[in-house]
Design a protein around this ligand. Sequence first.
Ligand code: NAI
Length: 381
Amino acid sequence: MSTQRKIRMGMMGGGLNSFIGIVHRIASYIGEEYTLVGGVFDSNFENGQKFAKKLELDLSRTYADIDTFVEKELALPAEERIEVVVVVTPNFLHYPMAKQLIENGFHVICEKPITNTAAEAMELESLTKKHGVSFALTHTYTGYPMVRQMKSMIAEGVLGKIQKVDAQYYQGWINPVIHDKEKRAGVWRLNPEKAGQSCCMGDIGVHAFNMVEYTTGLKTTKVLADLNTLYEDNPLDIDGTAMCQFDNGAKGLVRASQIATSEENNLCIAVYGTKAGIKWEQENPNYLYFMEEGKPVQVLKPGHEYNSELSAISTKIAPGHPEGIFDSMGNIYSGAAKAIRGEEYLEGAFPTVHEGVRGMKFIEAVLASSKNGNVWTEIED
Ligand code: NAI
């Protein structure tokens, strides 16, 4: 934990009834690195003010919109100004908000999918370089200590040559929604104007894809995808499978569904090499299964000396005390804090803007492959 003063943080979205806002606020608190100062918490200014009041924030730092936020914050002395802004609005606002924030010198922590298009993501990547700000993309699951352990073990070569990767993210929550016209109309994730080009692949398939590239270090070179929209009046995918080819010659799968009835957040990743396999499941995040050829399965857990440095810095309490999604997001915030302060950090400490570019290229390739009759579609590096 740094002994430096806390980083002044703002938020776009994440207000009272938002889903993911609370995860970000708790995560930002866990490492004692940030203090929430203000922002634009809600699309409705009054609701945003009510929320800020509840949090006992200075109401003069809660603004009606991002233009006012930028104007008023830039008018403050640098030592008072908000330094990093967390973007946790629906998808369509990520790109314009992040762009405006970067161009005005704010560091950004942004939700996925980073943008609506790969071109926008690439633009954000070059803007962060131009303006010298840091950008963390909250692929939450990369913060779990045993996911980080998996990444370290694969990098050490304990699996041998990777020959098969299988990542799955199955949810069932959209199943009742999709069958009810009224309910369907109220879900922004099914509205292309707010969700972007994809529902399922943009919302959760991209997490599974990110886990593949994060843990293995492989690059996906091609996909052959089949997406399912289920109903004619629903333009966005709610289920799909992508066969993948990787730059080492291995093959694999990214499977995602929001109509897998009664599934909750069943994200799993398994990687198989010539010497061993390794497997992790989000709903039981403290267990990492290591399967060596001809030997009994080993179950690795957080907080032990056998874990890597990247895993160890992501564990805050003694072994046997379960840590979960708040802690996982907290580890991403701790990594991002180092970047914001200009300190050194370990590779993998937080997902970067480049992982956002990779994610958008994957989504676009999957959409194109499915639309063009399930054909192999290249993903450029
Ligand atoms: P939500 O609909 O529950 O909340 C969105 C919030 O944004 C609300 O507070 C709303 O008032 C606010 N908002 C909308 N327009 C705004 C504007 N113009 N200015 C300021 N605030 C505005 O959405 P949810 O589920 O929290 O998702 C938000 C983002 O987080 C999405 O991009 C989603 O993909 C991502 N997400 C990521 C997860 C992860 O595991 N990393 C999990 C859930 C969501």
